[in-house]
Design a protein around this ligand. Structure first.
Ligand SMILES: *[C@@H]1O[C@H](CO)[C@@H](O)[C@H](O)[C@H]1NC(C)=O
Ligand SMILES: *[C@@H]1O[C@H](CO)[C@@H](O)[C@H](O)[C@H]1NC(C)=O
Ligand SMILES: *[C@@H]1O[C@H](CO)[C@@H](O)[C@H](O)[C@H]1NC(C)=O
Ligand SMILES: *[C@@H]1O[C@H](CO)[C@@H](O)[C@H](O)[C@H]1NC(C)=O
Ligand SMILES: *[C@@H]1O[C@H](CO)[C@@H](O)[C@H](O)[C@H]1NC(C)=O
Ligand SMILES: *[C@@H]1O[C@H](CO)[C@@H](O)[C@H](O)[C@H]1NC(C)=O
Ligand SMILES: CC(=O)N[C@H]1CO[C@H](CO)[C@@H](O)[C@@H]1O
Length: 678
């Protein structure tokens, strides 16, 4: 063989490989040996030592991008014909809170490998508010979205969507696996340019399922330029997840190879016992050990599954229920007994075996054993709170990571059902009852803040936490529970737990709940009850978005009657409504010091004289708005309370529908706990 020929042969080989590299690549893990510097990272994306590519961690409002460094030719430059392409990749989404994802990850093909103008949160690091839907974006994305964003018409909080120049998906379906599970998910995306069909498969295994979950007939030619960058984008918002990629294959004009999930790097799993030593041991010793282990294992099982009894619990005996008893009462936590579900857990109806008394049993899970233990210690005192306007906590039971709280059963459900359900079977609450409910909640808060032996903050005052008893008196439920969630597994972080619209502005900044933040939430509740509208109504016109602003406007224009719930048809007591408006506005003041104490609030209501309530300021305290700005960007993402269809904790869900995929309904299933690391 001549030397020249050999060199020619070599150079054509390298030419071929250069071509092939542009058209096909396979990464099993992303450490330098595998991806060889071919991945361009931007935002906070990084590759760790195990070769896992992390797009974002669980800090709020982050963006991470990872793109194949060189652009890929997608079109024949002669005739502009779009080629077929195929890709498969493996990812995992690990949310900060097990059930609340934030926000998601997208396989992306774009005219840029860094998307410099993109925003985090609901924009997924792909677009921004200005360029949404613009045909000059040339953006193709397959989104794996874990937040239901109403602005973009998301179908639920666990979906796969095809996005063309837009974040309102052109096609979307519920995901066939739980994207927030933290487990590795493999995705296959194929575009067949001859048939003009885009297919997407999804599985938590190495095997491609028989049927795609999306098969979408679409001509992608207008979206694609001749050369485009392929990669991934992920973002976090007020809620956050860590987004990981483990492997990625891509091929033009062919089918990308499936990934073998077992050969990819994986996230550290909780440690399992290592039995390797046992196998090496002599048979007799082995048998002996097995017997010993089995006994020990059984004992450990017995201990672990036993109800956890704290020392102090023995002292306050009567409040403790046995797990068995509650299991029997709720018919083994049967779905049929489910009253509702919220961010803190599910609520079941139960009938106590001895007394045949109806109770509501809330099942709370928490990631941190320590947090749970501390909280349980507090229940001992919270459980002693007694007031006619509080839902009585009868007792509790702790079993492993589960905490079961037993409350009085409230047959008439929660206040939000009456205010917003909009269905004909739910009676409209007349003004007299509304006023009574407001006053009872005020009395309950006064008791918690000032009348008990120590100050108890409620932290989550809102319509769905106000329950109605048989005589339609208001009773405040769920006191103190939010506190459990402010402590994460990591004690150095503070979380804000609450519901958007009821959260005082300083709370989102400082993360510190005070009596004034409870008062703020109470103010939002009062206005809500008077106006029959949620504190934040994303469906409303822009300037009617925030209820307190709307009321302020009507108030200063002297037209406050127009703000009263129109369904009352003018049947209300003028003085009572006026007092309620004044108190509601005062409590909603952006400055905590300007809000009244609950003692004053109760007095204003008792006097029933509008002139007894101090005059409101003549101009809105927060530059043109009553409510402080800065919330806009997540108002769109978390219209939490506005879509909350679940009356929780202790009430009937109006339609049996619950959040979190417990029952399949079309109802908007939005996380209604609004939480963040401050
Ligand atoms: C997440 O990444 C950001 C930016 O690199 C960093 O500031 C933050 O500390 C990280 N958060 C965690 C929880 O590691
Ligand atoms: C590009 O299009 C031209 C004209 O139709 C055709 O001759 C050529 O084979 C195409 N190239 C590829 C790579 O498909
Ligand atoms: C694609 O990006 C390049 C480089 O940023 C830019 O010059 C070009 O105008 C873009 N093309 C389109 C159609 O946006
Ligand atoms: C779309 O984007 C282009 C380029 O950024 C801009 O010139 C044009 O005005 C935008 N169109 C719309 C409707 O916003
Ligand atoms: C995708 O959806 C957007 C907005 O919903 C629409 O303007 C666009 O025409 C759709 N594209 C295709 C190819 O259907
Ligand atoms: C895979 O997903 C199915 C639901 O689609 C689930 O039942 C199963 O437990 C998952 N398997 C693993 C290993 O995560
Ligand atoms: C309005 C409403 O639902 N009222 C009910 C409240 O609960 C009592 C006792 O269960 C019922 O009799 C009422 O009809």
């Amino acid at each position: 063989m001549s030397k020249t020929f050999f060199i020619l042969f070599l150079s054509s080989l390298s030419l071929l490989s250069a071509l092939a590299q542009r058209e096909e690549f396979e990464f099993s893990g992303f450490n330098s040996g595998n991806s060889n510097g071919n991945i361009a990272l931007s935002g906070i994306a990084e590759v760790d030592n195990d070769g896992i590519l992390r797009l974002t961690n669980d800090t709020r409002r982050l963006i991470g991008h990872a793109f194949y460094r060189v652009p890929i030719r997608f079109k024949n430059s002669t005739d502009g014909y779009l080629f077929s392409f195929s890709t498969t990749f493996a990812f995992a989404i690990v949310p900060e809170y097990p059930k609340l994802g934030g926000h998601g990850l997208a396989f992306t093909i774009a005219n840029s490998s860094s998307l410099p103008d993109a925003l985090p949160s609901q924009y997924l690091g792909l677009l921004n508010a200005k360029n949404i839907g613009n045909a000059s974006n040339h953006l193709f994305a397959v989104e794996f979205d874990t937040v239901q964003d109403f602005e973009f018409g998301d179908i639920n909080d666990n979906h796969v969507g095809i996005d063309l120049n837009n974040l309102a998906s052109n096609k979307s379906v519920p995901a066939s696996v739980n994207l927030k599970s933290g487990d590795t998910t493999q995705v296959w995306v194929d575009y067949d340019s001859a048939r003009k069909v885009l297919d997407v498969w999804l599985a938590n295994t190495s095997t491609k399922p028989a049927n795609p979950i999306i098969s979408y007939a679409v001509d992608l030619s207008p979206i694609f330029l001749n050369e485009m960058y392929v990669g991934f984008s992920a973002s976090t918002g007020l809620l956050a997840s860590s987004h990981y990629l483990f492997g990625w294959n891509f091929k033009m004009n062919g089918v990308a190879k499936s990934l073998d999930l077992s050969s990819l790097p994986s996230l550290p799993k909780p440690k399992k016992k290592n039995y390797a030593l046992l196998i090496a041991a002599p048979v007799s010793a082995l048998l002996f050990l097995i017997a010993a282990l089995a006994t020990a294992g059984y004992l450990i099982y017995k201990i672990k599954t036993a109800d956890v009894i704290e020392d102090w619990e023995l002292v306050t005996g009567p409040h403790r229920f046995s797990y068995k008893e509650l299991k029997y009462a709720t018919k083994r936590f049967r779905e049929k007994e489910l009253l509702g579900q919220g961010g803190f857990g599910k609520v079941y109806r139960g009938v106590l075996p001895g007394t045949k008394e109806e109770v509501a049993v809330k099942r709370v899970s928490h990631e941190s054993k320590q947090g749970l233990r501390e909280f349980v210690a507090e229940i001992a005192s919270i459980g002693r709170l007694r007031h006619r306007n509080l839902v009585r906590m009868q007792g509790w039971c702790r079993r492993r990571a589960d905490l079961l709280l037993v409350y009085d059963y409230m047959p008439n459900g929660s206040l939000d059902k009456y205010l917003f359900s909009g269905d004909a079977t739910t009676p409209l609450l007349p003004w007299s009852i509304r006023f009574r409910v407001i006053r009872s909640v005020a009395a309950a808060l006064l008791y918690l803040h000032e009348e008990w032996e120590s100050v108890v903050l409620h932290r989550d005052v809102k319509a769905s936490n106000v329950l109605l008893d048989g005589e339609l008196n208001g009773r405040l439920g769920d006191f103190g529970l939010a506190k459990l969630y402010e402590r994460g597994a990591n004690p150095s972080t503070t979380r804000v737990v609450g519901t958007l619209g009821y959260l005082a502005p300083e709370l989102t900044r400082t993360g510190k709940a005070t009596t004034a933040t409870d008062v703020f939430a109470f103010g939002a509740l009062v206005l809500e009850v008077v106006c029959g509208r949620r504190p934040i109504e994303p469906k409303a016109l822009q300037d009617e978005l925030v209820l307190v602003d709307l009321v302020w406007e009507k108030w200063t224009a002297g037209k406050w009657r127009e703000a009263v719930d129109s369904r009352l048809a003018g049947e209300f007591d003028d003085a009572e409504v006026e007092v309620s408006f004044r108190v509601g506005m005062m409590c909603s003041h952006p400055l905590p010091a300007a809000r009244p104490a609950m003692r004053d609030v109760v007095r204003f209501f008792e006097d029933g004289d509008p002139s007894g309530v101090p005059e409101l300021p003549s101009s809105p305290p927060a530059g043109g708005h009553f409510y402080e700005v800065g919330f806009e960007d997540f108002v769109h993402s978390y219209p939490s309370s506005s879509f909350e269809k679940v009356s929780w904790p202790l009430s009937f869900s109006p339609n049996g529908g619950t959040t979190g995929g417990m029952t399949a309904t079309d109802e908007a299933a939005t996380p209604f706990v609004f939480s963040t690391v401050v």
